[in-house]
Ligand binder design. Structure first.
Ligand SMILES: Nc1ncnc2c1ncn2[C@@H]1O[C@H](COP(=O)(O)OP(=O)(O)O)[C@@H](O)[C@H]1O
Ligand SMILES: [Mg+2]
Length: 200
């Protein structure tokens, strides 16, 4: 099924191509203008601002809470009826240390507030917390896709693996080159590999 979109595209490969190109351009703009690090840190409002910026050319649901239940690989994310409550709870969780930030990230992943684009928006949101609190970000380019996904799946039960993996790959390199490569890796995790951000 192809998601309803503002471009009226009805072919899934074509939509994936447009989504990658348009949202990477938006991410690039968020980085270059510094707006990425002006969003509210550690709250759903901040995450929603990132999601909206990335996907508003494509989807009416950009920045908005999903209106359906969703599951992946047999795991059901927060039921729609509890989503507002979950997000209010997550907003109040502390994010003053590395461990607290990763726990908050794992909880937000369980909430999975959007219809699509949770992974990509949330990794930018995670970096905004890490950057503002620790002065570091994740070097996504150095993290293997399978290791990352295994740690995310495992994080429902324990965040140990995820903390171990992310901690090993923190960097204080805020260069454009590292950001672009990390963005391309974040998209690669989700199957989007047509465009290199630096070429857009
Ligand atoms: N079974 C799972 N358990 C926990 N997290 C998962 C699972 N499957 C996917 N994820 C997380 O959800 C993200 C994908 O969510 P999605 O809304 O499709 O984002 P995107 O559109 O950016 O790909 C992955 O990056 C991963 O972090
Ligand atoms: Mg997806």
């Amino acid at each position: 099924m192809v998601l309803e979109n503002k471009l009226n595209i009805t072919n899934s490969a074509e939509l994936a191509e447009a989504e990658e190109r348009l949202s990477k351009l938006k991410a690039k703009d968020l980085f270059e203008t510094g707006k990425l690090y002006e969003v509210e840190v550690g709250t759903f409002a901040g995450l929603s601002a990132i999601h909206k910026a990335l996907f508003s050319d494509l989807y009416d649901f950009a920045g908005k809470i999903r209106d359906v239940n969703i599951a992946k690989d047999g795991f059901a994310f927060a039921p729609r009826i509890f989503l507002e409550q979950s997000l209010t709870y997550i907003d109040k969780l502390p994010h003053a240390s590395f461990d607290e930030i990763v726990e908050k990230y794992a909880d937000m992943n369980i909430a999975h507030p959007f219809r699509e684009g949770n992974g990509r928006a949330m990794r930018l949101w995670l970096d905004s917390m890490l950057r503002s609190v620790l002065g570091q970000v994740v070097d996504w380019n150095a993290i293997d896709k399978d290791e990352y996904f295994n740690a995310m799946v495992r994080s429902h039960v324990s965040t140990g693996e995820l903390k171990y993996l992310l901690l090993k790959h923190l960097t204080d390199d805020f260069s454009q080159q590292t950001f672009f490569k990390g963005l391309d890796t974040s998209y690669y995790y989700e199957g989007y590999t047509l465009y290199k951000t630096e070429d857009l």
